[in-house]
Write a protein that binds this ligand. Sequence first.
Ligand code: PEP
Length: 252
Amino acid sequence: MKNIVAGNWKSNKLIDEAQQLFNDIQSIIRNVEKTEVIIAPPLPYLGQLAALSNSKLSIGAQQTSAFGMGAFTGEVTSEMLKSVGVTWVIIGHSERREGFGETNEVVRKKVRSALNNGLKVILCCGENLSDRQSNDHFEWVGNQIRDGLSGVSAEEMNDVVIAYEPIWAIGTGQTASSAQAQEMHAHIRGIVKGLFDETVGNHCRVLYGGSCKPDNAQELFSQPDVNGGLIGGASLQADSFAAIVSASEMQH
Ligand code: PEP
């Protein structure tokens, strides 16, 4: 089972910069063997970059629509993403949940739409600081996982990856300790085992996200239940992203 390192570029980069960054990353990571590398650029560049993707570097979207084709002005559907060569989609990122009203129910619909249309899913979960301080973080994340995966079959879990991203660690420079990450990842894996079975739980890759950088990636990725990372800020420069990919390559 390969690790995954995925770069979420969020709303950054104009097209020329995006193309340059993609080219730089593609050339630096061309020898990866143990890591699946994914980049999630802004939506307008998906088709152009997906046309250049290969077995070493795939393209993901940062979100998808909960609806199918039709009268939904401004929405971009999973069918459309698939048709331009996108293979992955990030669903339920905390910035979408907090800033754009994505409830667990909306997340569940988006997961369904993605899987129905042959996209692989990175399902994000994570608690805010007050949930952690009140010791509600395990329950909060558990509910996000149970709701997000509701209706997903054991077979479909082959196309689902979970990203644990504590909100207090995203873009703050304050990373979860490797012990905090491991503890929550083990909890998430336990929930997946409970929903499906041991095998599905053991095969489900759980990524860590939240101020993951070249200097902490190796320590995080060395935890038994951490199978790679979802990277925000450090994915915006080829060198730092490639260093995180190298940290993943050094595992096993
Ligand atoms: C993210 O938003 O998915 C993320 C992990 O961001 P950062 O790495 O910048 O904390």
